[in-house]
Each structure stands twice: as structure tokens, then as C-alpha cells.
Design a binder for this molecule. Structure first.
Ligand SMILES: Nc1ncnc2c1ncn2[C@@H]1O[C@H](COP(=O)(O)OP(=O)(O)OP(=O)(O)O)[C@@H](O)[C@H]1O
Length: 248
């Protein structure tokens, strides 16, 4: 389980997280939703230890991730895979090299075993015969698939997805969502997905937490969030211009 307790984070005078509490259950898909600029990516970066809170506590599997030495933090980070917003592939490396990278960095597996695992991970995400291509030869959807293969190749306990479908056409978006669900069913990792895809995300996530003004405003099943009576949640999921959320 991932547990955040009373987490505060400011950048200069801008308070982004303001006493945030959240429990992310193990083995489930949890979506973080909320208006742009509210701190969803900042929240993900705290979970993986890329940002430190000003105060509060973040625990992964019962272990606090603050104040750790780099080697201890690295050990905890090995539990994580991450699919970044833009897939963050290395442009100068082939698809094979991109997916092999975590295995080469973190394991002492033989070249033959690495090859087997990379090709298997690519097959899991529906990619065949692309291992020798370079990222700029791939479509946006294929890049996301390669990013997902790289995120699952070490079989991590937890995968963080930062807007995995932003900028993709509706068909590819659906395919990526389907793939996340399938890989989740196959590998059983804990998934945390930051997403703007409303209502599609309600079909994928088992839990949904809405971030607003530095706190989790509501956390529940997709049904509970969709049937929320909270005016902010209602306005956000309906995309209405009228309501307490002010556009800037
Ligand atoms: N390293 C940083 N230094 C200064 N400000 C930052 C930093 N990281 C994030 N911020 C600020 O924190 C706020 C929240 O950013 P964040 O990217 O988490 O929002 P978000 O909810 O993920 O937005 P979006 O949905 O548009 O991606 C923004 O105002 C951003 O400018």
C-alpha cells in the first residue's frame, strides 16, 4: 500500500499540496483526477521520491520514503515502473535498447535472457517486429506501447502512469486503456494513473481520487465519484462552466 499523510508542498509562495491524505490500495488501479495545474504530477513525483514534501509522511509498503539515503531510496524505487506523459523514450536508442535499458541497468541477466524478456514485453503490449526501429519512426500510440513495455519489463510492484493517453486519437486511447487493464490483470501491479480522460477512466480504475486545492476532495469507487453530490466533483466530471471551479 502507498500511504500519504498530511503532505504539504510549496514552490516558493505557491502552495500545491496542502495537507493531502491518500491511501492507495495494493494491486488495484487508482486514478487521480482533478483540474489542470492542481498538482497531480507533483503528487506522483512525491510517491516515487523525485520530490520531497515540506512536511507530512509518505509510506510505501509500510516504509517511510523520506530522509533515506540514496541507496535506500533506490531500493524502494526498484518497486516502481513509470510511464511518463510523453513516453520519455531515448531517441538515440532503438526500441529494443529502450526496453532493455532497465534490465541492463538493474539486473545481471545474460544477453540472451534480456533479449527474451524484451521481446516478450513487446509482445505483451502488442508490438512485433519493431525492435530495431527508432522512436521517431513510431506513431504516438506505438511510443506509448514501448513506454509501457519498458515500465513492465522488470515486473514492478507499482506502476505510475502520468496521463498515458494525452494527445492520442480516440481509437488508440481506447487501445492503450485496454492494454493497461490487460497488463494489470496479467501482472497484478498496483497502478496509479493520473488522467484527464473523463468518463473513460471510470471504466478502467477501481478507485478514483479527486485532487482539488491541495487535498483529496473525494476518494471512492468510480460509481461513487460519478454519483457524487459534491458540487466541485460534479462540475469537474460534467465539464460544466458553471460551478465553484473557476477557470483562469
Ligand atoms: N519543480 C517545480 N518547480 C516549481 N513549480 C512547480 C514544479 N513542479 C510543479 N510546479 C507547479 O505546481 C503546480 C502543479 O503542477 P502539476 O504538473 O503537478 O499539475 P497537474 O495537476 O499535473 O496539471 P496537468 O493536469 O495540467 O498536467 C503547477 O502550478 C506547476 O507550475
Amino acid at each position: 500500500m502507498i500511504k500519504l499523510t498530511d503532505v504539504h508542498k510549496s514552490f516558493g509562495t505557491q502552495k500545491v499540496l496542502n495537507g493531502l491524505d491518500l491511501e492507495i490500495p495494493e494491486g488495484m488501479i487508482t486514478a487521480i483526477i482533478g483540474p489542470s495545474g492542481e498538482g497531480k504530477s507533483v503528487l506522483l513525483k512525491h510517491i516515487i521520491g523525485l520530490l520531497q514534501p515540506d512536511s507530512g509522511r509518505i509510506e510505501v509498503d509500510g516504509e517511510s520514503i523520506q530522509g533515506l539515503r540514496r541507496s535506500q531510496l533506490n531500493r524502494i524505487r526498484e518497486k516502481f515502473g513509470m510511464l511518463f506523459q510523453n513516453a520519455a523514450l531515448f531517441d538515440s536508442m532503438s526500441v529494443f535498447e529502450n526496453v532493455a535499458f532497465p534490465l541492463q541497468e538493474k539486473t545481471k541477466l545474460s544477453g540472451a535472457e534480456i533479449r527474451r524478456r524484451v521481446l516478450s514485453a513487446l509482445e505483451d503490449v502488442g508490438l512485433k517486429n519493431v525492435e530495431n526501429k527508432f522512436p521517431d519512426e513510431l506513431s504516438g500510440g506505438m511510443k506509448k506501447r514501448v513506454g509501457l513495455a519498458r515500465a513492465v519489463v522488470l515486473n514492478p510492484k507499482i506502476i505510475l502512469f502520468d496521463e498515458p493517453t494525452t494527445g492520442l486519437d480516440p481509437v488508440i486511447k481506447r487501445a492503450i486503456h485496454h492494454l493497461i487493464r490487460e497488463t494489470h490483470a496479467k501482472f497484478g501491479f498496483t497502478a496509479v494513473i493520473v488522467s484527464h480522460e473523463i468518463p473513460e477512466i471510470f471504466d478502467i480504475a477501481q478507485n478514483v481520487a479527486m485532487l482539488y486545492q491541495g487535498k483529496i476532495l473525494q476518494h471512492g469507487t468510480p460509481e461513487e465519484i460519478q454519483n457524487s453530490t459534491h458540487p466541485v466533483v460534479r462540475q469537474f466530471i460534467s465539464g460544466s462552466l458553471d460551478g465553484p471551479i473557476h477557470m483562469v
